[in-house]
Design a protein around this ligand. Structure first.
Ligand code: MN
Length: 244
């Protein structure tokens, strides 16, 4: 059996190749998964559970049909995904930082945007967007206005990322060390930066960075004491290795 970690699928109705790749990957990994972790930005944007579209309900049904537990963390794009949708999709929502044990190791999982501490303007915006009274107001707006706000935020975020140096929008090494230390973890798994890699730190800790999907993405598979970063396309094309 294996545990899988995925992030930054950025599902959207106008991205049918990504949707197909994601659903095919789920079907393939369900053969031997004992748990699947979705570490944020499952959706490219989320207007609110009350405005979930037939497309999003279709995804929820596919997720709910999986035989293993499904854990989910909010990303910076889908942080408004709420308990109503989570219930339909049988997603168990985890806090923004969560630890689990894999083969005796304490593993910290998070979306990754909190680790980009050099991006001060983003961190400021993040604090504002996550404030409850503001969200309460947002939910009272009509759909068209919510869509405009979401599109504006997305466009601004893309423009800012283009303008900023790559160093600014990447994770900060000190923030990573602090997060691992606070969690008493030796392994960190995150997404968000779209820079899939395995980093061995000086102190022996390991950081796995998951990839974004275009239409497939780098996901992490843990089995038999080993973590492997693998492109999801390789998994769906691999022969059935579930061992029945
Ligand atoms: Mn993200």
């Amino acid at each position: 059996m294996a545990t899988y970690f995925l992030a930054d699928i950025h599902l959207a109705e106008n991205r049918p190749e990504i949707t197909a790749a994601f659903l095919a990957t789920l079907a393939a990994i369900a053969r031997d998964a004992d748990a699947i972790y979705l570490l944020g930005d499952l959706y490219d944007y989320w207007l609110g559970d009350d405005l979930a579209t037939p497309y999003q309900q279709h995804i929820a049904a596919a997720l709910a049909a999986l035989p293993c537990p499904l854990y989910y963390q909010h990303g910076n794009r889908d942080f408004l995904l709420g308990t109503a949708y989570a219930q339909t999709a049988r997603l168990r929502i985890l806090p923004e930082r969560h630890t689990l044990t894999l083969g005796g190791h304490t593993v910290l999982v998070e979306h990754g945007d909190l680790l980009c501490s050099d991006d001060r303007s983003y961190q400021r915006l993040r604090r504002i967007l996550r404030c409850r009274p503001l969200q309460w107001l947002y939910y009272r707006l009509p759909r068209a206005l919510r869509l405009r706000i979401a599109e504006k935020l997305r466009a601004q975020s893309q423009a800012r990322t283009r303008r900023k140096a790559a160093r600014i929008t990447d994770t900060n090494p000190a923030a990573i060390r602090a997060a691992l230390q606070n969690a008493r973890a030796t392994i960190l798994i995150h997404g968000h930066t779209h820079r899939p890699a395995v980093h061995r730190l000086d102190n022996g800790d390991t950081v796995y960075v998951l990839g974004d999907w275009r239409p497939h993405g780098e996901i992490l598979r843990y089995a038999d004491g080993a973590c492997t970063l693998i492109n999801s396309a390789e998994i769906i094309h691999a022969p059935d290795n579930a061992g029945a």
